[in-house]
Design a protein around this ligand. Structure first.
Ligand code: GLN
Length: 206
């Protein structure tokens, strides 16, 4: 094949930051590929990997549902395409979401990652923070976690691996081809997680 085709879901949120980090990660790993901003469902079938960025999960979910992307994304991930969801992206991948204050949420979700998340688990915008975390299991011992209205993972299924915890809360997980983080790797200049993801995509398409 002539290189990987990695998409960044471009409905709302940290699209440009994720595209940039993914391009850099491809380059630094010496892996050939392109990064595309995904705005319509027709672009989804040819993807080898997808990033669902941080932003506002209700908006990303609702608009993806309406334009038909949600169904296409669900099919692709179910058939093994690697996906990285950060913050709102993690929420969208989950099976169930509740808000720390508002309670159970009825919002469109992909229902692929067997976790229940608590939205805004660390507080609201003013409670955003940075903290050093570790993702030893995937070869990243030290990483700057940027948490912005971040969710935490409050229940996990048996096939879900915990990759990182912060203050007793689960903040990064992996379930086969699905990786989700509560924090925003695209907002640091550390490319480790994007490099890990690009390698995962490459290994499934070798
Ligand atoms: N709290 C946001 C949500 O529920 C996620 C925040 C983020 O992606 N920075 O969608």
């Amino acid at each position: 094949m002539s290189g990987l085709n990695i998409g960044v879901l471009a409905i709302q949120g940290d699209v440009a930051e994720n595209s940039f980090a993914t391009k850099m990660a491809l380059e630094e790993n010496g892996i050939e590929g392109v990064v595309r901003e995904i705005k319509s469902p027709e672009q989804i079938p040819e993807l080898n990997g997808l990033i669902i960025p941080g932003g506002e999960s209700t908006v990303i979910g609702q608009l993806s549902l309406v334009n038909g992307s949600l169904k296409q994304i669900k099919e692709k991930i179910s058939s093994g395409m690697p996906v990285l969801g950060t913050c709102a992206g993690l929420i969208l991948l989950s099976r169930k979401a509740k808000d720390r204050v508002v309670g159970e949420m009825d919002q469109p979700l992909l229902d692929l990652l067997d976790v229940k998340v608590e939205r805004n688990a660390f507080g609201r915008q003013r409670d955003s923070f940075e903290a050093e975390i570790s993702m030893e299991k995937i070869g990243i011992p030290k990483f700057k976690g940027i948490f912005i209205r971040a969710p935490s993972i409050v229940e996990i299924g048996k096939n879900v691996e915990i990759i990182s915890k912060f203050n007793e809360k689960i903040v990064a997980v992996k379930q086969g081809n699905i990786v989700g983080t509560s924090f925003h790797p695209e907002l640091t200049n550390d490319l480790s997680l994007h490099k890990y993801f690009v390698k995962l995509v490459n290994s499934k398409n070798a």
